[in-house]
Design a protein around this ligand. Sequence first.
Ligand code: HOZ
Length: 425
Amino acid sequence: MNSSDWFKRACESIPGGVNSPVRAFRAVGGEPFFVARGEGCRLYDVDRKEYIDYVLSWGPLILGHSHPAVVKAVTEAAMAGTSFGAPTPLEVELAELVRKFFPSMEMLRFVNSGTEATMTAVRIARGFTGRDMILKFEGCYHGHGDSFLVKAGSGVATLGLPNSPGVPEELSKLTLTAPFNDLESVETIFRAHGGRIAAVIVEPVVGNGGFIAPLPEFLPGLRRLTGENEALLIFDEVMTGFRVARGGAQDRFDVIPDLTTLGKVIGGGLPVGAYGGRREIMEQVAPLGPIYQAGTLSGNPLAMAAGLAQLRTLEDTRPFDELERRTRRLVDGLLEIVRDGGHPATGDCLGSMWGIFFAEHPVRSFADAQATDVGFFRDFFHACLDRGVFFAPSPFEAGFLSTAHEEGDIDATLARAGDAIQAIS
Ligand code: HOZ
């Protein structure tokens, strides 16, 4: 069976044929390919076609596919048992290692996804402050928890859904939104609702509305305003963690949040999330305190082993500067190729997280991102895919690089992208 056969069969049993909406290629048209295996920076589909992969499972695979250290760790862990529902040393070791990268997480807890982490962070913020509202930013996506599906990015933006049926209006009303990078709006909202806002949650570098960097004053401004209004600041570093710097955006921009959520890289490709922060806040979590959160598979030994192997490799090899240099080369090369082909383009990277948009104007907010040429994105995406380069199938997603992407892979990508631009110009 080829990819198309698998997709037809998948659509019979799974909504849209996929287990997460953006994978369905609705933003770009056509059908998704079905993966047979991944190795290093490459994916191979069931039709034996090879792709240089810049999605990397949407971010987790900072060492590339099937990294030997991760595969070995998971295999050994599986031989010892797949789940116990009782503590293991692996959880303690991973928690200690995460704290080394993120010292602001004085205590943390592992869950199974970024969504679980952000949902819990908001519950804790509400429980700790005794307030009910949260403030998020347009185009930021914090998983599919009820409180976050208001002007959200990622699949919600890709499919053009303003919000989701099934989320009670009473709950949506408790989620306030402001444009990313717009401190004045945040100030206005605090003036109107300050006493009710439990937390501001933000992707400190947006990945789910396409790649959007914060203006220099934005994150320090959020820190100041949350402090003045006694609200918590939550950095959703599910994407930016270990990506924009060794210690995430809080390390790169030196702005320390009260709570942090992580996912993706800490699981080495297995399902893991984490939330954590100041000790006095985390001590409110059950069984120490009254705020409840639990999970049968939380701290699962396979996931902990994969995360430990990946983070230990990162700590031993410290690839962050080299990753950024290569990512910069990729982004600059792509921008040059597109512009030389007569099309406007803008883009940037921080660490190994990157993105480009087809537009003249700089992209500083989600409204800016929506005003880019998404039709041309579609053509570019498919022309690249046909030539064996897999970029995220939506203009509202960031790209990633791994340590397995060598100079020759970037050369090959740029050559294929150049060819793609010629073909669609
Ligand atoms: N929301 C994820 C990326 N921003 C998509 C995950 C997936 O489709 O696997």
